[in-house]
Design a protein around this ligand. Structure first.
Ligand code: PLP
Length: 464
């Protein structure tokens, strides 16, 4: 059998680094495919006329870069077709997706088709949608959103709402309008990575707080207020991303008191899907003067429709809304009126509520499947939530397990992906039960994951 023999680059780099570079290049060029077993070290050393130690160091360097994985007694294998510093936006056809928190598709296609047909026949509306509109959108659109939210026990007026390009844009606008470079933003120690990115981009210091089974602890918030004088506290308290815990009302009330006392604005991110009747009062309901409520239709109320719809919204006091409008104008002026109109019609016709009811049933069924297949493992989840949080059995560690599961064909995320700053990530993984196309695929993906979990004999590479 012929073996892969790379051509090492010329230059002054150490040979082991040249070998690791050659492996990365061959993966990028699709010469080394996912799962390929690299040549035995001695054989490659002979072919390259270097010492076996150089090849060992080269393979170790590749493993450190995340391009290959070494299996004890078996050899070194290529991990994926791309070196791991490249974020995967594509999902291989032969990989099960349990890592993107997206809404399952039900009636969304029918909803968009009929809304587009309806608006296509309305000349006056189409003309308005083609014109510049105020940054806060058309009056009837704001009124519609406020009315819908009020009916969902998030009472507000049309002067309190602002449409955004989805939840992530809402987070950025909220930070822009409340913070200045160098300010401190507090959040859960494990949190939605979008807050980290937005803070970095705005040169804000993002500090992760200790959490227990009810979300961030009161003690850690009090201590951080004294030490860091934060401007903002960002929370995903309704259904925590990634741990799936829900903060009870009593804890929310304690947090509001501390924030009132320390002049801290709460960014209440309610983007992850949960049906209305599963929800605890929002921070906006508890104190609208110090809260910016962030949501979006990407996943439902939030997160029920689909990621591509890109319509989100903020709810805040009139004072905060005026500052948010300035940030909105600076970033994009306003949202496309046509997209807002489509969403508002779903709100008015009750179609969005029907979609929520369908998703609630679908997620209850999916999570029951997950509970049955993963019985015996320590899993935290909400009955209608998109994510589950699994504590890995020993000796698995989360980062290694994610790599192994990907190699076996199932994509999940490790706790490490959500760790803020130096926050200590536990050996947990996040499983999105909403991501597979249907329940059959979900079952297959979970069975595969369960098999991986039971393969505890693979304990990683030997490092010298
Ligand atoms: C907690 C949380 N907030 C915000 C977002 C971003 O939402 P959008 O896709 O609407 O920008 C996400 C996306 O996964 C999320 O999980």
């Amino acid at each position: 059998m012929t073996i892969w023999i790379p051509e090492l680059a010329s230059g002054t780099l150490p040979k082991y680094k040249k070998l690791a570079d050659a492996i990365d290049q061959a993966i990028l060029n699709n010469i080394l495919k996912s799962g390929y077993k690299l040549p035995p070290q001695r054989q490659l050393a002979d072919a390259l006329q270097v010492t076996t130690g150089t090849v060992t160091r080269g393979y170790n360097e590749s493993e450190r870069r995340g391009s290959v994985v070494a299996r004890v007694g078996s050899g070194t294998y290529v991990k994926s077709n791309k070196p791991s510093q490249y974020v995967r936006h594509d999902i291989d056809e032969d990989c099960f997706d349990l890592h993107s928190a997206k809404a399952p598709m039900g009636m969304q296609l029918e909803m968009i088709t009929s809304a587009l047909k309806q608006i296509a026949d309305e000349q006056q509306m189409l003309t308005s949608c083609l014109s510049y509109q105020p940054e806060a959108a058309m009056d009837h659109q704001r009124e519609q959103l406020a009315q819908w939210l009020t009916g969902r026990k998030n009472s507000c007026g049309e002067q309190n709402v602002l449409f955004t390009y989805g939840g992530q844009h809402g987070i950025s606008l909220a930070l822009q309008s409340t913070c200045r470079a160098g300010d401190t933003v507090l959040c859960e120690g494990l949190s939605f990575p979008g807050i980290n990115v937005a803070c970095q981009q705005q040169q804000l210091r993002c500090v992760g707080l200790q959490m227990d089974d009810n979300g961030i602890t009161v003690e850690s918030l009090k201590a951080a207020c004294v030490q860091s004088h934060p401007r903002v506290l960002y929370l995903t308290a309704q259904i925590q991303n990634p741990t799936s815990v829900q903060m009870p009302l009593s804890r929310k009330k304690q947090i509001v008191e501390i924030c009132q006392h320390n002049g801290v604005i709460i960014l209440d991110d309610d983007v992850q899907f949960l049906p209305q009747y599963d929800k605890v009062s929002s921070f906006y309901q508890l104190d609208p003067e110090i809260t910016i409520y962030i949501s979006s239709f990407s996943k439902s109320f939030s997160k029920s429709f689909s990621g591509g719809i890109r319509i989100g919204y903020l709810v805040a006091s009139e004072k905060l809304i005026s500052a948010l409008k300035v940030s909105l104008r600076a970033s994009c002026w306003t949202m496309p009126p046509l997209m807002i109109e489509i969403v508002c019609r779903w709100l008015a016709s009750g179609k969005m509520d029907k979609l929520e009811a369908w998703l609630t049933t679908e997620m209850a069924e999916r999570n029951a499947i997950m509970q049955e297949i993963l019985a015996g493992f320590e899993v935290t989840f909400q009955p209608h939530g998109f994510n589950a949080w699994l504590a890995l059995p020993e000796p698995w560690r989360a980062v290694g397990f994610v790599e192994y599961a990907e190699h076996k064909g199932v994509l999940i995320r490790s706790a490490e992906s959500y760790a803020i700053g130096r926050f200590h990530a536990p050996q947990n993984i996040r499983i999105c039960t909403s991501a597979p196309k249907n329940q059959k695929q979900l079952k297959q993906a979970l069975e595969l994951l369960k098999t991986c979990l039971s393969e505890t004999s693979i304990s990683g590479s030997l490092v010298m």
